[in-house]
Design a protein around this ligand. Structure first.
Ligand SMILES: Nc1ncnc2c1ncn2[C@@H]1O[C@H](COP(=O)(O)OP(=O)(O)OP(=O)(O)O)[C@@H](O)[C@H]1O
Ligand SMILES: [Mg+2]
Length: 225
């Protein structure tokens, strides 16, 4: 089943007096349980497409369909709610909060997603997800004592703690060595299946494509294959 559909998405930026069209009518569908890789040269529009799909940025024309509703027509506050409850994010840098422990990073995300619930349920969910990413043994650790790969594992845990239906990742392995990169990609592929999410990953690294189900290639603001 499809989780998100982008239809004829266009995005232009004003550049002085001229308008530059960065996305030129893009169609992409994200399916549940599948990792879709978005590849293409630097500047081809990958990050712009990801942020529009995730409701972090407005499009100029086209539609973004989530549960058959067009997010492009929604008010910013409604989009913010959908994002907090149904979308998860992983970026190039793990962006962990330096003064929170691993479990506190996850706990705070559950609050943001409005998954407060009873304390025991919350603890159970945190344990389940930390087990899944193999970080339970470090649940009281601060980010400064984690390796780059471990930080990215925690970032993945934080992105899925509220059980989102879509996971967005922009170059999640760009700051890791090749072993850690492979581990992180394998983990993202694994959680995509276990949580039945639709995952969109922007990557530069061809080796990482082994861990994806579908590859979408962009060139100059268009899908070329
Ligand atoms: N807010 C903005 N204002 C003006 N131009 C922008 C803005 N955001 C992106 N662009 C331009 O849009 C084009 C596509 O940028 P984008 O970041 O989507 O590329 P990318 O494919 O992610 O590249 P990279 O692989 O280097 O991350 C670039 O030419 C960039 O300069
Ligand atoms: Mg980019």
């Amino acid at each position: 089943m499809s989780r998100l559909q982008l239809e004829q998405v266009r995005k232009s930026f004003k550049n002085g007096d001229t308008e530059e069209e960065v996305l030129k009518g893009v169609d992409v569908t994200l399916e549940e349980g599948e990792v879709t890789a978005l590849i293409g040269a630097s500047g081809s529009g990958k990050s712009t497409l990801l942020t529009i799909a995730a409701g972090l940025q407005r499009l100029s024309e086209g539609r973004v369909l989530f549960n058959n509703q067009n997010l492009a027509e929604w008010k910013a506050e409604q989009v913010r709610k959908i994002r907090a409850q149904h979308f998860g994010f992983v970026f190039q840098s793990s962006h962990l909060v330096p003064f929170l422990t691993v479990e506190e990073q996850l706990s705070i995300m559950m609050d943001i997603a409005d998954r407060r619930g009873i304390k025991q349920e919350k603890q159970k969910q945190i344990k389940k997800i930390l087990d899944e990413v193999g970080m339970s043994h470090r649940r009281t650790a601060y980010p400064s004592s984690l390796s780059g790969g471990e930080k990215q594992r925690v970032a993945v845990a934080r992105a899925i703690i509220h059980e989102p239906s879509i996971l967005f990742a922009d170059e999640p392995t760009a700051s890791l060595d090749s072993n850690r990169s492979r581990e992180t990609m394998a983990l993202i592929q694994q959680v995509t299946k276990t949580q039945n999410m639709a995952t969109l990953i922007v990557t530069h690294d061809e080796q990482m494509l082994n861990y994806t189900d579908r590859i979408v290639k962009m060139s100059d603001g268009k899908i070329v294959s």
